[in-house]
Design a binder for this molecule. Structure first.
Ligand SMILES: O=c1ccn([C@H]2C[C@H](O)[C@@H](CO)O2)c(=O)[nH]1
Ligand SMILES: [Zn+2]
Length: 137
């Protein structure tokens, strides 16, 4: 069955309304689709110490994992911000998506104007470092 990416982007836009962004004012929403067709929403959550800030993508993924979903079983993630073109996930989120979603999962990037870019985790993080690079010594 084909995934309805525009519906997933709409979920990400809804998720963005919960963003806690007193410092940047830049809200990000994410919607992670699981195998059962359920959507796990995430938003960015900032902190006065800046470093503890959690991005929208990671909030959605960590939330789903904490709810008992198995890593690398997800179908797609949509991410939205108020950007000129489709939003671009940060490097930390790319590495976390690689670990918990796998390189082949579709990533749907959007903005509030309706621009869309369809890519994958592996395309976003070429030459990635993963568990297969760890050698027992
Ligand atoms: O893809 C992105 C890019 C940025 N941010 C957040 C982090 C911070 O709260 C704010 C500005 O960087 O946007 C995300 O949540 N996802
Ligand atoms: Zn990020």
């Amino acid at each position: 069955m084909n995934i309805d990416y525009s519906a997933l982007l709409q979920e990400a836009i809804k998720a963005r309304t919960a963003a806690y962004i007193p410092y940047s004012g830049f809200g990000v929403g994410a919607a992670l689709l699981d195998q059962e067709g359920r959507v796990h929403r995430g938003c960015n959550i900032e902190n006065a110490a800046y470093g503890p800030t959690n991005c929208g993508e990671r909030t959605a993924i960590f939330r789903a994992i904490a709810d008992g979903l198995q890593p690398r079983t997800f179908k797609a993630i949509a991410v939205v911000g108020d950007t000129e073109g489709p939003i671009s996930p940060c490097g930390v989120c790319r590495q976390v998506m690689l670990e918990l979603c796998g390189p082949d999962m579709p990533v749907i990037l959007g903005n509030l104007k309706g621009d869309i870019r369809e890519t994958t985790v592996g395309e976003l993080l070429p030459y990635y470092f993963s568990s297969s690079d760890l050698n027992e010594k």
